[in-house]
Write a protein that binds this ligand. Structure first.
Ligand code: PEP
Length: 249
């Protein structure tokens, strides 16, 4: 049985003070919840306060991005090593907003993934098709390409902490959710690619999350699918009661 990851992607929302206020309300709501792994990925500026307020709790902390170099003259970037040193356990890699607005490609996802794993972080690697690709009937091809390129050159031993988030881009922030059937088909493609890259046993253990307009109203249905090993939640993770309701689906 794969333990589910319920992860919040706060995107570019919340100051450190707002993060503290969120945690004061959120922690009592999920106290003792051990069925799923709870992860919050805030903006970099909030990582320190999140770690401080989450200490000793069941909430794990992640980042939303990282650079593949360890250190150097890369203004505005943060390395995986720095995130790990700060106390982060997780990092989102290749979110569709990074691909769409910041030039992330399958190859840069691969470089980030490799270095995140080397730094001891657990990457949540995002893949997913845009609406034009779904309508053109090439979703499986797109997912296979994104996965095979992301996994290139990475060994199963090294990839142990990897998780994938299937996020159909047309479902992110739109209120549209993939049907359980769409998600199950996509997860099958991803698991197949993972088996090709890392072996069948690895693929069976790999956690594949679903992301795209998950909210308290649809969390139970999505999370009850055996193929869905958790959720990556954007908008609905910003309010403590809404994110807690998703965690406790
Ligand atoms: C996301 O940002 O990864 C996401 C799934 O957003 P939302 O839940 O708002 O669709």
């Amino acid at each position: 049985m794969r333990k589910k990851i319920i992860a919040a992607n706060w995107k570019m929302y919340k100051s450190p003070a707002e993060t503290k206020t969120f945690m004061e309300a959120f922690l009592p709501l999920v106290k003792g919840h051990a069925r799923d792994e709870i992860v919050i990925c805030p903006p970099f500026i909030d990582i320190a306060i999140l770690l401080e307020t989450a200490r000793g709790s069941n909430v794990h902390v992640g980042a939303q991005n990282m650079y593949w170099e360890t250190e150097g003259a890369f203004t505005g970037e943060i390395s995986g090593k720095m995130l790990a040193a700060a106390g982060c356990e997780f990092v989102i890699i290749g979110h569709s907003e990074r691909r769409q607005y910041f030039g992330e490609t399958d190859d840069t996802v691969n470089r980030r993934l490799e270095v995140a794993l080397e730094a001891g972080l657990a990457p949540i690697c995002c893949v997913g098709e845009v609406i034009e690709e779904r309508e053109a009937g090439i979703t499986e091809e797109v997912l296979s390409r994104q996965c095979s390129r992301a996994f290139r050159g990475i060994s199963a031993r090294k990839a142990a902490k990897l998780a994938i988030a299937y996020e159909p881009v047309w479902a992110i922030g739109t209120g549209k959710t993939a049907t359980a059937q769409i998600a199950a088909q996509a997860h099958e493609v991803i698991r197949h690619e993972a088996a090709k890259a890392f072996g069948k046993d690895f693929a069976q253990q790999l956690r594949i999350l679903y992301g795209g307009s998950v909210k308290p109203e649809n969390a139970k249905e999505m999370m009850s699918q055996p193929e869905i090993d958790g959720a990556l939640v954007g908008g609905a993770s910003l309010k403590p009661d809404s994110f807690a309701a998703i965690v406790k689906y």
